[in-house]
Design a protein around this ligand. Structure first.
Ligand code: PGA
Length: 248
């Protein structure tokens, strides 16, 4: 069976001093051992997160990475650097990176391959805009992303891949997709993985829903067959709320 995974995407929130306070609180939470809990702070707080959370079951993820290992790429952080720190997950292709930083599916594909080649797990984000949903093109959009972002991968890679379905209109807006709509898309994504990479890959890949997940709606979302977890922004920035999400 697939282990549920609840990941907190801190985005560009929490200074070093603020992160220290929140991580100390998270360290002291009683979190379910049946759920994988992950925090994804900004790069500058990753080493701190590893240090504070040592000895707990909470894992640490990054929010992005560059696909080259080292060299003249001013301002970038490589997967090799993250690996050396003991980081286990890397969020890739978040809609904010696609929109504000112009990341293309080709860029994301290179990043996915780099993350896998270093033995880390990508949390690959996909999802449609409101206009695409209203035009009935949400599946078409997600298929384009899944096809391109996973180009050249092998079936066995999916043991280590997490996919986050995040409809863009539900991110940070307070609007959640209905649990049924989320389930339908997550089921469709699993089907896409099955068609291209086979039954085993489809059964092993973990698929999260993301977009205004909070303690009040997490239980219903997690009750769905094809939803194995949640990628949570706003509601992961407070320890009590994070614990309610992990202990759904
Ligand atoms: P949100 O963000 O929970 O604040 O809507 C989710 C995400 O963007 O990963």
């Amino acid at each position: 069976m697939r282990t549920p995974i609840i990941a907190g995407n801190w985005k560009m929130n929490k200074t070093y001093s603020e992160a220290k306070v929140l991580l100390d609180e998270i360290k002291n939470l009683e979190l379910s051992e049946n759920v994988e809990a992950v925090v994804c702070p900004p790069f500058i707080n990753l080493a701190l997160a590893k240090e504070v959370l040592e000895g707990t079951n909470v894992k640490v993820g990054a929010q992005n990475a560059y696909h080259k290992d080292s060299g003249a790429y001013t301002g970038e952080v490589s997967v090799a650097f993250l690996k050396d720190l003991g980081i286990e997950y890397v969020i890739l292709g978040h809609s904010e990176r696609r929109e504000y930083f112009h990341e293309t599916d080709e860029d994301i594909n290179e990043k996915v391959k780099a993350v896998l080649s270093h033995g880390l797990s990508p949390i690959l984000c996909c999802g449609e805009t409101l206009e695409e949903r209203e035009a009935g093109k949400e599946k078409e959009k997600v298929k384009i992303q899944i096809d391109a972002d996973f180009e050249g991968l092998e079936a066995k890679d999916f043991e280590n891949i997490v996919i986050a379905y995040e409809p863009i209109w539900a991110i940070g807006t307070g609007k959640t997709a209905s649990a049924d709509d989320a389930e339908e898309m997550c089921g469709y994504i699993r089907e896409l993985v099955r068609e291209k990479f086979g039954e085993d890959a489809a059964n092993k890949v973990r698929i999260q829903y993301g977009g205004s997940v909070k303690p009040q709606n997490v239980t219903e979302i997690m009750s769905k067959e094809n939803i194995d977890g949640a990628l949570v922004g706003g509601a992961s920035l407070e320890a009590e709320s994070f614990s309610k999400l992990v202990n759904y």
